[in-house]
Design a protein. Structure first.
Length: 265
């Protein structure tokens, strides 16, 4: 039985297991949430409720927390000057993304979902991600699929096709929610052996795309958005606080860029 309470859909244990099995059958064997080790219980509780309501069995990735930084760990993945360029929080976030790829490769997972800790779903996530994976199986291995609308960037209207979900792009749309395949994770980790990460995760993804390490696709319609941008949650790595002002501003920008601006480009 599925019931609704406080804006969330709650499912039975039987249905939860069914959804978990369904995702594993299409190859999504890893669901990782980039998270802070301490101090963000509101975000953790939000993720736990949201994912339980959608039958998603997830793991919080906190092994890159600043409290666990060592010279050896940072030197393995980053350029020597990275701590001069990035704050501890931003560096931790980026490291946790990388550690998600490492965990995925170690577990030999065909696909993994990677979220930051403030996701909101737009529509039926399980149905939408199933359709996206079905289309992704025809892609050349070695890709990331952006699932979010955080940057409010979308494929040009003229390129949209009926029953098509994925559109290749030369840049990402932030790193709040995406699907990555095993070949993509392996390629990134291989590249890190010689070319260390030198910036925040979002921009680093763009460097990987430009250097042809991975390919980037945008899911359209987007199926997630970040609470740190839509005003429903505070950001864990910036001064953006949850507020009605931010919420209204987001909704105005979202409406303009979704339903007007992209049609005249």
């Amino acid at each position: 039985m599925i019931i609704e309470q406080a804006g969330f859909l709650y499912i039975s244990v039987k249905e939860f297991r069914y959804f978990c099995l369904m995702l594993k059958q299409i190859g999504i064997e890893g669901i990782y949430v980039v998270h802070a080790k301490y101090g963000y219980e509101v975000h953790e509780n939000h993720v736990n409720r949201l994912f339980a309501a959608n039958g998603l069995e997830h793991v919080f990735m906190t092994d890159g927390d600043p409290s666990l930084f060592t010279s050896e760990l940072l030197q393995k993945y980053f350029t020597a000057s990275i701590q001069d360029k990035l704050s501890a929080g931003v560096l931790s976030c980026t490291l946790n993304h990388i550690l998600c790829y490492k965990a995925m490769v170690e577990r030999n997972q065909p696909y993994a979902l990677v979220f930051e800790n403030d996701p909101f779903f737009i529509g039926d996530f399980t149905k939408q991600i199933t359709e996206i994976v079905a289309e992704a199986k025809s892609l050349e291995p070695g890709f990331i699929i952006s699932l979010e609308n955080t940057s409010l960037k979308f494929p040009p209207f003229r390129s949209i096709r009926k029953n098509k979900h994925l559109y290749e792009s030369q840049q990402g749309r932030c790193a709040g929610a995406y699907l990555i395949d095993l070949a993509g994770a392996k390629a990134i980790l291989k590249d890190l052996e010689t070319n260390k990460c030198d910036t925040v995760i979002d921009w680093w993804h763009n460097e990987l795309i430009q250097n042809k390490i991975i390919k980037m696709y945008w899911a359209y319609p987007a199926i997630t958005e970040q609470g740190s941008h839509n005003g429903l949650l505070s950001s864990t790595i910036s001064t953006k606080e949850k507020s009605m002002k931010r919420r209204v501003k987001w909704l105005i920008q979202k409406t303009y860029k979704t339903y007007f601006l992209r049609y005249i480009k």
